[in-house]
Design a protein around this ligand. Structure first.
Ligand SMILES: [Cu+2]
Length: 166
């Protein structure tokens, strides 16, 4: 190679390097400017994913409730009454009786006959049996008059109520 050729090659390399520098600088500026935009987009995307997940969960819960239906949930509501001591059996994903009328001071015992774990949890948080595995019982004393709606923490369609007389 002649010296001139070498100089020529160096000049081309120099020019390319200059072009790279300009492009890099431009990219750097672009990223700096678009950084917040990117974050917003990410935020939107995450919101979108959350929305999708929410819907997905909703669908899943519907599916679960459908399963409850197959397993006997959503059957006819039943009513019972007791004084002193009353018993609610949990069977086939239902509280039986669904409505329990009791006199003040009555102890209500929930017993889970299902293989699935259930709870009887007051919607107003006034009582909670906690987790009831198969065969387990838990009792609550009702001293206060009123209607106490409750639900199973694991199966939102499982609902019942205790009505305490005056
Ligand atoms: Cu349950």
């Amino acid at each position: 190679m002649t010296n001139q050729a070498v100089l020529g090659v160096l000049a081309i390399i120099g020019a390319l390097a200059a072009v790279f520098l300009v492009v890099f600088a431009a990219l750097g500026t672009y990223h700096a400017v678009s950084g917040s935009g990117m974050r917003d987009n990410m935020g939107e995307m995450i919101k979108g994913i959350r929305g999708m997940t929410g819907d997905g969960m909703g669908d899943m819960m519907d599916g679960m409730n459908g399963m409850d239906g197959m397993m006997g949930g959503g059957g006819p509501e039943t009513t019972g009454s007791a004084s002193g001591r009353g018993e609610v059996r949990i069977a086939s994903f239902r509280f039986q009786p669904t409505t329990m009328n009791v006199t003040r001071g009555t102890v209500v015992v929930w017993t889970n006959d299902d293989s699935a774990t259930h709870t009887a949890t007051a919607k107003d948080a006034s009582f909670d049996t906690g987790r009831l595995d198969q065969g387990k019982s838990s009792q609550v004393t009702f001293d206060r008059p009123g209607t106490f709606e409750y639900v199973c923490n694991f199966h939102s369609r499982m609902t019942g109520r205790v009505v305490v007389g005056p």
